[in-house]
Design a binder for this molecule. Structure first.
Ligand SMILES: [Zn+2]
Length: 174
């Protein structure tokens, strides 16, 4: 796969002709993804099939794969994380019509017969983000030993007016 996915398409025409689109999307061009997951480089690979189903719904069956750079929750340095997602979108011309879609379909809003495919891919990538990621222990900058010695090694607050200490101090003075 070497070609870029087009940014804007006319999805009703693509559905009427049962078109297949595939291409690359530059991850660094997706500002909401970058805001959510940090700096990204490389491309997502995306496959989309447009169709009209037996009920007359315009739909897009899609798949995407990408290698994202996500922060390890333990050492806070980026690590590569493969994500993949399959999705089924139902085209709607208004938010109100989204309620008519079966639960199998995610609504995608088509305005003026135009669809911003990059925004669709960006939404799906954000949905596919794992909650937390960690390096394998051998690869992580923070070892488990460092973590466990860091926890619980704090000295408890020494009681400052232990009566015996006070007594010793008083005796020392006299
Ligand atoms: Zn790590």
């Amino acid at each position: 796969m070497t070609s870029r996915l087009p940014g804007r398409v006319e999805p009703y025409k693509l559905a009427a002709h049962a078109e297949h689109l595939e291409g690359l999307v530059a991850l660094g061009d997706l500002p909401r993804l970058v805001e959510e997951a940090g700096e990204q480089h490389g491309d997502a690979r995306v496959w989309l099939d447009f169709a009209i189903d037996a009920q007359g719904r315009r739909e897009i069956r899609g798949r995407l794969e990408a290698e994202l750079q996500l922060l390890c929750r333990r050492c806070l340095t980026p690590m590569p994380q493969a994500v993949a997602s399959e999705f089924l979108l139902g085209m709607v011309t208004s938010d109100a019509l989204a309620a008519d879609l079966p639960s199998t379909h995610e609504p995608v809003l088509v305005e003026d017969e135009q669809l911003n495919l990059l925004a669709v891919v960006e939404d799906e990538l954000i949905l596919s983000l794992p909650q937390v990621v960690y390096h394998d222990e051998a690869d992580c900058a923070v070892s488990r030993d460092q973590l466990s010695s860091g926890a619980g090694s704090e000295m408890p607050d020494a009681p400052s007016d232990n009566p015996f200490e006070v007594l010793k101090r008083l005796k020392g003075k006299t």
